[in-house]
Design a protein around this ligand. Structure first.
Ligand code: BGC
Length: 879
């Protein structure tokens, strides 16, 4: 029997507040083999009704991802819709499957202004304000909506209740060009008669301090709210209550709040009932209308940020220096919720959050640099007080209890893990427990750094969308979780923030360009963008989304941005040699000169390699969206660039003129040298690793390193590298008890001392990019670049490193893929699951003897397997 599961709209399982165009995705499930979809039928239903407003009829369709939804005129919105889908596959018809969604307000129909309770002179302050307004519901409601956004961060309430469990709204985007608004069905929160809406506002990314130069007011000088309640009555009437002059405002109990520094709540300033109808707001002042650009409004594109997990205190202890410390056992991003009871007014709770203990076991906060990461709660002094911050988050494993009212009990504290609500899609495990912990650490660093935008780290005074980091991590991220909508949203901001000359800023949303001046870390770089391996995220991230999710829409949308990045490079290039931009080179590589963060591989080499690589990637993406001719022309250009690369960097003997590990890795990973030269380069890379005794690669060289080795006949060397348990290796940090991925190989050295405090995050996903190698090489799940979206893929476990089994599971866009291999004496048992509408090419190690091919015919260890489950047994070659 064929069934449909896992419906998504625009990559979202819970599609709320969208606008067309809409794209549908789904899984087909069947217990039979070789199932292929032939036809589909989509119906669109409005409200609860059963009569379709639109019916596509049966139509031929082999895709089950990125399929456009035919929509009736949605009207002005918001409106509830249901999409229904049925498919014909393998001679069967599936039952209907359904997904509800809401379409939000059409652009241009917004009512209301941006209103603020902050005076202009408070531009330098970050505190919370409250806004409120009452309104009447004058009859039985059919439905009611709140559509809203803010400058700053906001939490909406109706009749005293929170409207949603989403946090950090409206998210972080390139606010001047793109400000997201949210859409909530609030019917259940309203009642006939008098009602009230209340809004808490805080500074957040909009006006608070951001960036390592601690500048503020990046987007504006005061917080503001804009929104409207839409009341639709059963009798057909519609009323709108916008953010207008009838609202009143007041300072609230959040007396201080900053992303880096934390929050102070003064419970004595609480105003019970402030968001309810009967509240006496005579002391409140009328709001003022402030500037706001309604043309920048867009419906929320990414998944909401939420409290995703709650973790109790694992241990409570006193440090040698006498500090009381709570240990949550896991480095995480979010906040601590504390429940207090029976306190006196004015008593205080104060907690400072941090990631690591120093050698002596004392509180270590130096690596937070200028981020105070402190929460303070001044007690109201009545009953139960639940303390949590509203407009900030911290990166921490530990909390130092600076003050606590009453008897300190671990049960009072809960760590709330906060990140974008992304669906987990990828799992890896194997017979080596240290590798399994490494995998967990990668997963955690992803969760901790996917809070609305992909950040470098969540704790020190950065937390910025650094492009080099996500460029390195995107392949692993797309396996771990469904990041399609999340990264598409971020790419929209990348394009919006791209400079006029096509250069791409270093961070997105961009708060650095023109704001950093001479930075001591970067030898006076102007921070205009344009760094190789960083700016190239503009190309690599869409390419990865296309490869993993089969998403060509993102290619169409990002193509102007990609082409403009290439034209920036072209404008500054002589042959393959680009001279422009601020360069980070092979950032943090171990072959750097003392005192420098840049590795020994020259900038010019890194730039040339990336220029060739990105040009080739864009060529393939142009072809994928039907721009064949342009694609071919660019492909030719990429070929010419590679030739020039070889002229410049390959000597007569066929060796590279740059003798660093990273130089070899980039040339091999990006196919920059002709095939016959590859074995020589791989051999030299092996030698360089032996000579140094370890890897010396940085942000550019490390992500492809293990793959380059295993793809070029050095599988055991790749395993040695990844399984290395001392410095500098991935398992060194695991053995030191790391619970997330470190920025530095020796963040904490074997003697317990720390690497320099100015650049020492314990939660940086960049080197977590090794996750891709674990999945593809150890687990054996590889994408087939010619067939994106797992229409076809490769199953090729490469056994080594003393492992006896490994397993990967991936919820691909076509359904679950599972691969498990296990060594049983002389034999290896391989179990695979290939989803309908997909094909797996199984590649066994050469020369192995197949004991049981489970109906599949192998030629030279290879076969094409149609969808279904298989169990294959082979005997290992004994040499
Ligand atoms: C960030 C990095 C980033 C780098 C740029 C650092 O401060 O934390 O991860 O990519 O600067 O070189």
């Amino acid at each position: 029997m064929v069934t449909i599961s896992h419906l998504t709209v625009n990559g979202l399982r819970e599609p709320g507040g969208l606008r067309p165009p809409l794209e549908l995705g789904w899984f087909l499930e069947s217990d039979r083999r070789d199932v292929r979809q032939e036809q589909i039928r989509i119906q669109v239903l409005k409200g609860d009704g059963d009569i379709p407003a639109q019916d596509s009829g049966w139509m031929p369709e082999t895709r089950c991802t990125g399929v456009p939804v035919p929509l009736p005129d949605p009207g002005p919105g918001p409106v509830h819709l249901r999409l229904r889908l049925r498919v014909r596959a393998a001679g069967e018809e599936s039952p209907w499957a359904e997904i509800p969604l809401t379409l939000t307000l059409a652009p241009g129909t917004w009512q209301g202004d941006f209103i603020s309770a902050e005076p202009e002179e408070d531009r330098g302050k970050s505190y919370g304000t409250l806004l409120r307004r009452t309104f009447s519901v004058t009859g039985p409601l059919k439905e009611a909506w709140l559509v809203s956004t803010a400058h700053g961060l906001y939490h909406p309430f109706l009749n005293g209740q929170r409207v949603c469990r989403d946090e950090m709204m409206p998210g972080w985007t390139s606010y001047r060009h793109r400000l997201q608004f949210q859409t909530f069905d609030v019917t259940a929160l309203l009642h006939p008669g008098e009602n009230a809406i209340g809004v808490m506002l805080g500074a957040g990314w909009y006006k608070g301090v951001m960036g390592f130069k601690h500048q503020r007011n990046h987007y504006g000088t005061c917080t503001a709210f804009a929104g409207q309640i839409i009341l639709r009555y059963r009798d057909g009437r519609e009323e709108r209550i916008g953010s207008d002059g009838k609202w009143k405002g007041s300072p609230g109990p959040v007396v201080f709040s900053e992303i880096y520094d934390g929050e102070v709540w003064d419970g004595r300033l609480e105003q019970p009932g402030w968001a309810s109808p009967g509240f006496d707001d005579r002391a409140w002042t009328p709001v003022r209308k402030v500037e706001g650009d309604f043309s920048a409004l867009i419906p929320q594109e990414g998944p909401p940020v939420r409290v995703m997990e709650r973790i109790p205190v694992q241990a409570m202890f006193r440090t040698p220096q006498g500090d009381r410390v709570l240990d949550f056992g896991q480095n995480l991003t979010g906040w601590c919720e504390t429940v207090l009871e029976g306190c006196r007014p004015g008593q205080e709770l104060e907690l400072q959050f941090f990631e690591a203990l120093d050698r002596e076991g004392n509180v270590y906060t130096e690596n937070l640099r200028g981020a105070r990461q402190t929460l303070r709660h001044i007690c109201r002094g009545e009953g139960r007080e639940v303390c949590r911050p509203w407009f900030t988050f911290q990166g921490f494993r530990y909390a130092r209890v600076i003050s606590f009212p009453g008897e300190l009990r671990p049960q009072c504290f809960t760590a709330c893990v906060v990140h974008s609500d992304l669906e987990e899609t990828g799992w890896f495990s194997c017979s080596n427990p240290l590798l399994n912990r490494l995998w967990e650490n990668i997963r955690w660093s992803m969760k901790d750094n996917f809070l609305d935008i992909p950040t470098d780290c969540p704790q020190r005074d950065e937390r910025l969308g650094w492009l080099g980091d996500i460029q390195a991590f995107a392949p692993t991220a797309t396996f771990l979780m469904n990041t399609d909508a999340f990264l598409r949203k971020w790419l929209g901001d990348l394009a919006a923030d791209q400079n006029g000359d096509g250069s791409v800023p270093h961070v997105v949303p961009d708060i650095l360009t023109g704001h950093v001046g001479e930075d001591q870390l970067l030898d006076g770089n102007a921070f205009q963008g344009g760094a190789s391996g960083w700016g190239d995220a503009a190309v690599v991230v869409p390419w990865t989304l296309w490869q993993v999710y089969g998403d060509t829409e993102v290619l169409r949308r990002q193509m102007p941005s990609m082409l403009s990045w290439l034209s920036y490079l072209d404008a500054h290039a002589q042959g393959c040699q680009v001279e422009a931009g601020d360069q980070f080179g092979d950032w943090l590589a171990l072959d750097a000169e003392p005192g420098s963060y840049k590795g020994a591989t020259p900038d010019s080499y890194c730039c040339a390699a990336w220029y060739c690589h990105s040009t080739a990637l864009v060529a393939s993406m142009l072809k994928a969206i039907g721009r064949e001719e342009e694609g071919r022309a660019l492909e030719e250009k990429a070929g010419a660039l590679r030739q020039d690369f070889c002229r410049r960097y390959v000597d007569r003997q066929g060796s590279l003129t740059i003798q660093t590990q990273t130089a070899h890795v980039l040339a091999l990973a990006y196919g920059l040298v002709p095939q016959p030269l590859r074995p020589g380069l791989a051999g030299r890379l092996k030698q360089l690793l032996e000579e140094a005794g370890h890897l010396t690669t940085g942000f550019l060289g490390t992500p492809p390193l293990a793959g380059v080795l295993s793809e070029n006949g050095c599988l055991e060397e790749a395993y040695d590298l990844v399984l290395r348990e001392d410095w500098p290796g991935w398992l060194y940090q695991v053995k030191r008890g790391a619970t997330t991925i470190w920025e530095h190989w020796d963040g904490q050295k074997p003697d317990g001392t720390m690497w320099s405090a100015d650049m020492n995050s314990f939660n940086h996903y960049a080197y977590g990019s090794i996750g891709e190698w674990l999945v593809s090489t150890v687990g054996g799940l590889e994408r087939d670049e010619a067939h994106p979206g797992f229409e076809r893929f490769v199953i090729a476990p490469r056994i080594g490193g003393g492992l006896t089994w490994a397993e990967v599971k991936f919820l691909s866009p076509r359904g679950p893929i599972r691969i498990r291999w296990e060594q049983q004496g002389e034999q290896v048992v391989l179990q695979v699951e290939i989803p309908p509408c997909s094909r797996g090419e199984i590649r066994l190690p050469q020369g192995e003897e197949i004991v049981d091919g489970d109906t599949l015919a192998f030629r030279e260890g290879r076969t094409q397997a149609p969808s279904g489950s298989y169990r294959i047994v082979w005997r290992r070659k004994t040499s």
